[in-house]
Design a protein around this ligand. Sequence first.
Ligand code: GAP
Length: 451
Amino acid sequence: MDNLVSLCKRRGFIFPGSEVYGGFAGTWDFGPLGVMLKKNIMDEWWRFWVDQRDDIFGVDAAILMNPRTWVASGHTATFADPLVECKSCHGRFRADKLVNGANESISTEEFAKAAPKCPTCGKTDWGPIRKFNMMFTTHVGAVLPEDLTSAEGKDLAEKSTAYLRPETAQGIFTNYKNVVDTLYPDLPFGLAQQGKAFRNEISPRDFILRDRECSQMEIEYFVDPENWEAEFEKLLKENDEFLTKIMGLNLADINHLEVAPADRAHYSKRTVDFMFAYPNGEQELMGLAYRTDFDLQNIQRESGKSMEYRNKTDNKVFVPHVIEPSIGVERLLLAVLSNAYSEEPVDGKDETRTVLKLPGNLAPYKFCVSPLLKNRPELVAKAREVYQLLKDKYTFVTWDDSGNIGKRYRKQDEIGTPKCVVIDFDTLTDGTVTVRDRDTAQQVRVKPTEL
Ligand code: GAP
């Protein structure tokens, strides 16, 4: 993991958020290479789930939503983690993370019995467990800090409170009726959304795995309740297909964990967590949850508007049930990176090379073009021609004429460029270029039009 974090920084994939000011815990910034990788992942997800299907449609809802959303969804009441404070050093931690086998409903008594040591000072002098709501609050409208101190101000503060959405899902549920009324799609159908989600995590950690600001890609798949089990199994398989065929992960690194009832989110009757073998151990990559009609019924109650669906074939009227595949972009990106990362000896040399064996569809650049020597105008001119030829066709092409050719290969290996194209003296006579493969380091000569 340390090597991967260092590569991400060294090559401009991921930087700590606000680094210039000493950082800001739980936030990360994506640099030029990271943005390209992240965008490729998100675009491939959209292509697989939305563009290539007839039953899933996109939405893009506002991040700021009417606060009643979070009352109806149960987040105001239950989206909380157990917080415990060390009385000695005043460090604050998630209680369930300090006790082996504990879950989020751990009580003060259970915690006291386990008596874990404080990870910071080693003492076992703990305060009671308190529930800490993880939603970030903000105030909407022209509210000044001094307005908030008087009794009138407190009332104003309460009325103006809004939340940064902790999941993208609710923006889908609140648009379910709009889509049914405008598109009237056949059931089952899904709505997909990508976007930012915010959680005031007590202890953000493990690089980009647990952030305070992350991006989610979620689908709410609306089904006839009679068919939920079959649809769940289908979505499980389709998610495996997406993760392996499109993201290039190995099925052997994914463990489908059937989540026990006590560990499931408040809305779920069945959840399978897709656990991935990250470099620092197995962690949740994504979840597949059967949310029943929990959300649509809550919205129906809170809004007074019907969420019923009328079957076109038999006129049966009911509130659909929902199956939700939900994945964090950062967790997927880290899985892709750790799957691709490799260190291997260089043939015939006392040297190791670091290679990101990214699938071609995800690699930030598909080709790197360079002249063998940058001080030979005839090589540079020919290389520019080839560069433009590829750029017109693929967009994701980079130019590199720095250092010697060996250094350029090392750099392109580290950022995962599948093919390096070199224009050398033979190009000037026979018109062919050298193409060097990232994974095998084998070289072949081809005409530029064959690239
Ligand atoms: N709508 C359901 C939902 O949000 P979740 O299990 O809380 O369920 C779904 O989150 C996915 O979002 C997780 O499996 C993970 O991939 C990602 N995720 C959740 N919290 C995250 C965080 N703090 N940092 C990065 N990714 C996170």
